[in-house]
Design a protein around this ligand. Sequence first.
Ligand code: ADP
Ligand code: MG
Length: 277
Amino acid sequence: MTSIDTPAAPAAPAAVRVAAATKTFRSGRGAIVQALTDIDLTVAAGEFVSLIGPSGCGKSTLLRLIADLDTPSSGEVHVFGKPARRARLDQDYGIAFQQAGLLPWRTVRANIALPLELHATNRALRQARTQELLELVGLADFADKFPDQLSGGMQQRVAIARALAEKPRLLLMDEPFGALDEMTRETMQTELARICAETGAAVVFVTHSIPEAVFLSDRVVVMSPRPGRITEILAMGLRGERTDELREESLFFERVSAVREALHGTPRSGARGVETR
Ligand code: ADP
Ligand code: MG
């Protein structure tokens, strides 16, 4: 295997750079849906950025453009300095979307091991890494079960473990914790924060939950619909470890209020797209 980490580039390219992107869908009978307009967003290497906004504001569409599951109608998307398509072919990122998307004929263990198998990771390393991931997502006791023997939340945890299998430098996640109960969800948030700190992975994370976005993110991107656009980008400034104590801190509540205000309305000083950093 070649090393992708050396030699260190003098200025590491951004994990994600979306420039002047728009996305227009043409639905049946020629109706046009302007799903995204004027999207400019840069996510630094190692940065955690959440996308939040009401249903239909284009969060999933934006994530799909970054993942090259769809192409912009205009504008550009780069991932680690490469066109999105190249980055997809190079498998530069892990994906965890709303649907777990597991292979039903494979056990939990075999589902998690799949990306490692595809990349011909040495068997012993693969087994060790798979075990580590099973423990990380709390499914060690379920390793030999099949997906249809698990709850929806547990299936989603398998999908997350699979996305993390190769310690990607970028994770694209679309409401990955949406199906989990609140306690499991908080545990997963803490785990994800720890994993990101350990691996230095950048994350673009779609969520409906304001506390979830605040807890996890370096910056929160607030979007609004018709047409989908970025209305505000808020820096959280919650440096340091994401521990459960953070959830009780006054700064945390302040940030939750700030995101809620940005979402629900009172237009704050600074026009759309302004970085409140
Ligand atoms: P969100 O994830 O924020 O809820 P989406 O990105 O799924 O929003 O959708 C944004 C808008 O684009 C919505 O109006 C949705 O109906 C529309 N849209 C998304 N995908 C398609 C598609 N494949 N064809 C037509 N319209 C679409
Ligand atoms: Mg969505």
